[in-house]
Design a protein around this ligand. Structure first.
Ligand SMILES: [Zn+2]
Length: 273
């Protein structure tokens, strides 16, 4: 479809109209799923559940199928939600959240509370009402995780940990020594841009802040090393990355093979130094 001939005004107006159609269609899908569910037509077709039918017959992804089924069942109990879904006031994600978090008698009131709210705003509303502790997602490698559990068992104050981390910053003389020894360039690809200090043996695995354990790498090579060691996520899996699964960025440097795997992002472990 080529839309280059459209004026800006028409393009924006058309998009709004199409989104209205889209929501109207989604609401119709929900009504149809609700009816198929109550007639259990999916079993006539050999499917074990409505979810199975949505996945295999309608080719929805698991999360899309789940959201639609939950919303369709919500419509059965609360038909008044339909115009709100159609107007965009209620998203399928927020309906699912309410359905999974509250008892049937509280859901109608909660739907009003999460109307016109983003997913994260709705989650925060639910968290406060249910008096749940605030949660944070932190990704860490296995050895850091073990250390974290150990610290919790010992009742270590988190503020102390931050102070300790600050104290172990590399000293300027050490950085100068490594930088000079490595001729101010990446020891992997020779680049002189975006240089960083790399711990040959990662600190998380017990590596020390010594000249022997340190070397200069450019950001690209350092990132790849971390990914290869399973200490970081590949660039194409990070949000906002300019790389993708089909274009994982520049190719791997060839040497040394003991640290850098031959293919992109293949998990390997560090040799012991
Ligand atoms: Zn490099």
């Amino acid at each position: 479809m080529n839309l280059k001939h459209l004026t800006d005004k028409t393009l924006l107006a058309d998009t709004k109209q199409i989104v209205r159609y889209e929501r109207s269609y989604i609401t119709q899908v929900l009504w149809h799923l609700k009816e198929i569910d109550s007639r259990r037509l999916y079993s006539d077709l050999g499917y074990t559940s409505l979810f199975d039918y949505c996945l295999k017959e309608l080719s929805y992804s698991e999360s899309s199928a789940q959201r639609r089924i939950v919303a369709a069942r919500a419509l059965k109990d609360m038909p008044e939600l339909a115009p709100k879904i159609e107007s965009g006031e209620l998203s399928l994600a927020n309906i699912s959240l309410v359905q999974s978090s509250f008892m049937p008698e509280d859901r109608s009131e909660m739907m009003k509370q999460v109307a016109n709210k983003s997913g994260s705003e709705a989650k925060e509303i639910v968290r406060k009402i249910k008096n749940l502790p605030k949660t944070y997602n932190v990704t860490m490698d296995e050895s850091t995780y073990k250390l974290w559990i150990e610290m919790q068992n010992l009742g270590v104050d988190l503020k102390q940990v931050v102070v300790q981390a600050k104290k172990t910053k590399l000293s300027s003389p050490l950085k100068r020594e490594v930088f000079t020894r490595d001729h101010e360039k990446c020891q992997q690809c020779g680049s002189k841009r975006r240089l960083e200090f790399d711990h040959r043996r990662p600190k998380a695995l017990g590596g020390q802040d010594t000249a022997k354990n340190l070397r200069v790498l450019c950001r690209n090579c350092n990132q790849r090393k971390r990914v290869a060691a399973g200490l970081s996520r590949p660039n194409h899996l990070r949000s906002g990355s300019r790389f993708s699964a089909t274009d994982p960025g520049p190719s791997w440097p060839s040497e040394p093979q003991d640290v850098f795997p031959s293919g992109p992002y293949k998990k390997r472990y560090y040799p012991t130094y």
